[in-house]
Ligand binder design. Sequence first.
Ligand SMILES: Cc1cc2nc3c(=O)[nH]c(=O)nc-3n(C[C@H](O)[C@H](O)[C@H](O)COP(=O)(O)OP(=O)(O)OC[C@H]3O[C@@H](n4cnc5c(N)ncnc54)[C@H](O)[C@@H]3O)c2cc1C
Ligand SMILES: C[S@@+](CC[C@H](N)C(=O)[O-])C[C@H]1O[C@@H](n2cnc3c(N)ncnc32)[C@H](O)[C@@H]1O
Length: 641
Amino acid sequence: MTERFAQLEWHNKQPYSRIYGDVYFSSDSGLDETHYVFLEKNQLKWRWKNLKEDHFTIAETGFGTGLNFLCAWKLWRETAPRTARLHFISTEKFPLNLNDLEKALSLWPSLQELTNDLVNQYQYVSKAWHRLIFDEGRVTLTLLIGDVNTTLPKIKGKVDAWFLDGFSPAKNPEMWQSSIFEQMNKHSHSETTFATFTSASEIRRGLQSAGFEVLKATGFGKKREMLFGIYRGISGKKPSPKRSRTVIVIGGGLAGAASAEAMARRGYEVTLIERHEALAQEASGNPLGVLYPRLTGGETALNALALQGFLYTLGLLNNIKIDTENYQQCGVLQLAYNERERKRIASVVNEYPNLVQDVNAVTASKLSGIFIRNNGMYIANAGWINPAAFCEALTQHIKIKRQTNTNVLSIKRTSKSWQVFSQNEMITEAENLIIANATDAQKFQQTSHCEMLSVRGQVTLMPALGSSTALQTVICTDGYLSPARKGQHCIGATFSPNDTRTDIRVEDHQSNLNMLKSLAPEWGKINYDLPSLQGRASIRATTNDYLPLAGAILDVIKIKESPPRYNTLSSDLPWLEGLYINAGHGAKGLANAPLCAEIIASMICQEPAPVSDSLLSGLDPNRFALRRLGLKRLSQTIQNN
Ligand SMILES: Cc1cc2nc3c(=O)[nH]c(=O)nc-3n(C[C@H](O)[C@H](O)[C@H](O)COP(=O)(O)OP(=O)(O)OC[C@H]3O[C@@H](n4cnc5c(N)ncnc54)[C@H](O)[C@@H]3O)c2cc1C
Ligand SMILES: C[S@@+](CC[C@H](N)C(=O)[O-])C[C@H]1O[C@@H](n2cnc3c(N)ncnc32)[C@H](O)[C@@H]1O
């Protein structure tokens, strides 16, 4: 399905949906309606002033203009404890385009500051799940672009308050089906409330049959009545707040740095352990890496991760301090250099017209500043980053303590914590442990089943010469060529499986220069003195299915001793409590590692996941071991039940 945006008419300066023939909010005052219906009737002011937990989750059906979100955010700022975090999940089938959203929200001057922050991150909204972070992590918006009937069943986590805000049931029946109420039942707990502007009797009955006690109140504006209430069903317990908040992260590359950031943002004390003197000395130590989504289209886990990971990293870069010497959103041109690429590009351009632009060779040449002979696609928001600077920026948080020059040799679980050892000496201990040391994770007994392969890669640094300085964008075929950074272009990269040496090789420079012919044909003719070229070689940690390993670790020894049935609930499996892995990012660490860090942080803190349950299953770090043990069906549902 292609991205589709809302089609608006403006009636008295208020947004009106042409698709549904209905208003987005009351023409009397949308702002007052939100306060009355959703905030007051869910008793949010009182609940937030007296909040005991460290986070609170609202789920909304119909994001629309984002007015409800902004009002909830503002009230959160005014009432909730400073260290608590608001999660706002909202699903939207037809997102407003950026201009319409800005125009609609300009109706509310009291929300101007928050509107600016939302607009800043909303610019990337596309057909995906988005996780947007505001107020340094105090407020998180998980925006699910898609039909509520497909998105809601895929969310993971408990909801504290529901905002039911589709268009009126008569005009928007698919938003109010019994399947939606069933999902509300599944995601509610004993203190979950709901509110909605409608009082239609079929909605009242649907909510009652899903376990809600339903009450009526006077409606807002011209509406006679509205509904609100509380969950009385048996679906689930409220997650209990954590007492201790400590975590150790092993590995100071992109995965470790992003994991440290995601936990520190949630108020955890983080110890980040790295065996080298500084962070980012191995795979994450290249002078430059390309940040772009390797989209394939369709509903696969690989495509979802590529898109969501890319968008999440862009948002994160918005929130941390990194200078233009180290990060440039210069745009990436992907060239249709063979038939397979031509087909992939055609389908991706068709599926994501908001994100990706179809370009012919003339436009590609204009955009890049150099002669290009292929057609292709252009991703304007993509670009390059210096990964080491990214790791530095991610680990500036006051709650992150770095412990470098420390090689962890083993890890051990006690009754309440994880201890890490160098030789026989215990280095430190914490309630949670995130393993982010790439292929070396397999050396720890507990994560030895997390299969990864080592793939050597070398980049070549080519001095910028004359006309080459005109190159403005990154250009990709099966490799990449960057604009000059500090007087050098980066060309990458070779791909040598099962080779773990990191010497610089002339034949690898030659291979990169051969590829250059497909990227920039004019430059391919230049004769370089290969031995004098600079470069860097390091090892990628890849997996057999090209998806990373992100999630909680099972006790595989116990599973071997007593194999569970395929329908065993995830919570009944023998998990190694508090142990997680973020690794196996292959050639896509910039787009993948930060989102995987956010996934793991959400698991540790029992918060809503940033991605769908099917993507969580795809990333399950135990999947290869379970398949080997003949438990393939279990591996397909794990992490999501
Ligand atoms: C040539 C090349 C080009 C690439 N180009 C791109 C690109 O353009 N775009 C992109 O997105 N990705 C690219 N990648 C991939 C990207 O670099 C990786 O996916 C990413 O760096 C992986 O990060 P990581 O933290 O998982 O691993 P690493 O960066 O390898 O970090 C693991 C860290 O763990 C430490 N460690 C290991 N064992 C221990 C231990 N026992 N105790 C303490 N510390 C330990 C290591 O010293 C290391 O610092 C490229 C990779 C290569 C090799
Ligand atoms: C009344 S508006 C929501 C107003 C919004 N809460 C606000 O604060 O502006 C209803 C929204 O539901 C969306 N919608 C309708 N049907 C949907 C569906 N099946 N799945 C997801 N969203 C849907 C509409 O596109 C519209 O944006």
